[in-house]
Design a protein around this ligand. Sequence first.
Ligand SMILES: [Zn+2]
Length: 253
Amino acid sequence: MVIDTHCHLNSISFPPFKFLASFSDFDLTPSFITMSTHSKEWCKQVELSQKFNHVYCALGIHPWYAQKMQTIDLLKLEEHLKKNFIIALGEIGLDFNVRYKPYKVKQLECLIKQLELAERFSKPVSLHVIKAHNEMLSLLSNVNVSGIVHGLGSSKQIVKSYVDLGFKIGINGIITRINARRYHEMVSYLGLEHIVLETDYPYIDISYSKKPCLSDILLVAQQVAYLLNVSLERVLLKSTQNTQLIFNETFVR
Ligand SMILES: [Zn+2]
């Protein structure tokens, strides 16, 4: 089994579910956790997860959309959570890059409200964190929420702080880039114990493929195996167990 813990399937036209063919060579059953970025995507994400056995959906408001958040969005999110169709809140977080820093207050408000919902409904979160680790770590230390930090490429100290709070780190296609030395160091430091796999489809280019595709998850797994000097089977097994633990879900339907 291989689980893509962070992708954006709403960008694919359904049906058909063509991309699954790319996994058949490997005799693997893939599962996908599809993320949303704002409320207009939610209905489609829920629909996908109900239509396809191997698709699980996460609903949330991404920090880039925080300034547009309205109270009604949070009420809608709560309604979805009550129906229990969703596996996690995501993608949520903080982004204090120059472009989004002016909305810092709104981002914090949006995140805090969603963390409260995650805690209340015992759901994990998928986090996007850019230049805001101190703020994020201090918020997380005050709630009983676990999850995944996705797209992280940080120092050992920051990575360790998330791991100490029970978070797993999502490893994506950046690992396949030869010159991504700091990223490779981070993965070596984490080892299999603390990682899960993700594509962040369609946003991450793999160095040697033209267009991002969902089967890139296997290249990520292969590269983790190479870096950590373990078998591919071991990477798939351990990353699956880590994912099952975080999402409290077997991913077998
Ligand atoms: Zn994403």
